[in-house]
Write a protein that binds this ligand. Structure first.
Ligand code: 25A
Ligand code: L14
Length: 339
């Protein structure tokens, strides 16, 4: 890559925006200039990039003149409002919010699974970054679906508070500190205490009894795997963990595949690390996945209650592969093949 690019990060002071800046630096993305954007609350804050401090500016309609690529992670409303202005100024938006993911014109991309979809960025000038729980699941299920076909997925998640952003990280810390000191705790971000608890509730409840987060896993998985026929049902649960989502995934395949064959297939799969040696207490955990870019899988075993069933345990850092890393990987494809 000899070319270099003017890059903007919208939502630069948030949990994901911060990590996007780190990923650009770590992966040596060819950045010519970096513009940091956030709401008025963040004005004047300085963030370090490649050893230089850059001041955060207010996100405005005119912020994107001369910018080649903008990474957005400032929530759905902000993306809906500002991404079209960025695109109109010729900037390609990689958007981490839920705003554009199910727009049929907007590609929804996990680079290990459907990199070819990036080409469709020309429709609206926007590429959507999927939901964190969906990304780590399809990185692992993509190769299995290609090999034997997946008929049905049953997934339960164990999701970290960092998915909700900085304020939720602070809330888990504050409540934990209060609890172990026998002090009164405050509940602000979630409807109940999250410290020493778990909540079967992520994002808003819908008419059908599922949460938005659960339906994102259903709809986004079908879009990324390009197969609307897959049956999917999800239960998403918040657990008192800072970084790293875990998932218990049960699949029914069309053709038979043994756990050993799944292990061999996933050993060669891009972005996947198999950690599956229960005799030595080796299996993926948020503790070890936090701060990493790979998606970890273990506990691979046959579902003995049906003909073609496999169980898996999948763990990844939700702020890295689940958000920032995936967005920067998409930008890398744009930079290498399209811009
Ligand atoms: O709608 P969605 O798609 O469902 O997404 C909702 C939120 O989920 C997070 C992300 O939060 C997003 O805002 N998110 C989305 N996808 C995610 C994923 N895959 C995900 N998280 C994890 N994984 P976040 O905390 O990570 O990022 C918030 C950033 O967005 C900026 N922002 C918000 N509204 C904006 C805006 N920027 C421009 N214009 C707007 N209208 C936000 O900047 C942050 O960078 P900020 O300036 O609002 O906040 C900076 C500092 O202020 C603190 N703070 C936040 N809220 C308040 C506050 N302080 C006082 N009062 C508040 N109400 C923050 O802690 C921060 O330090
Ligand atoms: O990307 O964990 O759609 O509260 C929004 C909710 C990310 C996770 C998204 C959470 C999600 C977030």
């Amino acid at each position: 890559m000899s070319k270099s690019f003017s890059v903007a990060v919208a939502g630069a002071t948030g949990a994901v925006g911060n990590q996007m800046i780190k990923c650009l630096e770590e992966r040596e993305f060819p950045v010519k200039s970096l513009k940091l954007l956030a709401s008025r609350r963040s004005i004047g804050r300085k963030i370090s990039f490649r050893g230089e401090l850059t001041e955060v500016e207010v996100l405005e309609e005119s912020s994107f003149k001369g910018i080649d690529i903008a990474l957005f992670s400032a929530g759905g409303d902000t993306s809906r409002r500002f991404a079209p202005y960025a695109a109109a100024d010729g900037c390609v938006v990689v958007d981490n919010s839920s705003a554009w993911r199910m727009d049929p014109e907007v590609p929804l991309v996990v680079p290990e699974v459907n990199p070819h979809s990036v080409a469709r960025y020309t429709n609206k000038g926007i590429i959507a970054n999927p939901n964190c729980s969906t990304i780590q699941m399809v990185v692992v299920l993509g190769p299995i679906h290609k090999r034997v076909g997946i008929r049905r997925i049953v997934v339960s998640t164990y999701q970290a508070v960092s998915g909700t952003g900085k304020k939720a990280i602070d809330e888990l810390l504050d409540q934990t500190r209060a609890m172990i000191n026998f002090l009164e705790y405050q509940v602000r971000v979630y409807p109940h205490r999250i410290a020493f608890n778990c909540l079967p509730h992520i994002d808003a409840f819908l008419e059908n009894g599922y949460t938005k987060e659960e339906m994102k896993m259903v709809n986004e998985t079908r879009k990324i795997l390009e197969d609307p026929s897959i049956g999917i049902t999800a239960t998403t649960v918040r657990v008192p963990i800072f970084f790293g989502h875990s998932e218990s995934v049960n699949i029914e395949t069309k053709e038979h595949i043994s756990p050993e064959e799944v292990r061999m297939l996933l050993d060669k799969a891009p972005g996947v690390k198999v950690m599956d040696d229960p005799k030595n207490n080796l299996y993926p955990m948020p503790l070890q996945a936090a701060g990493k870019d790979e998606t970890f899988v273990g506990r691979i075993r046959a579902d003995e209650s049906i003909q073609n069933g496999i169980n898996l345990w999948i763990v990844a850092d939700n702020v890295r592969k689940g958000a920032a890393t995936n967005a920067v990987q998409i930008a890398e494809i744009l930079a290498r093949d399209y811009l």
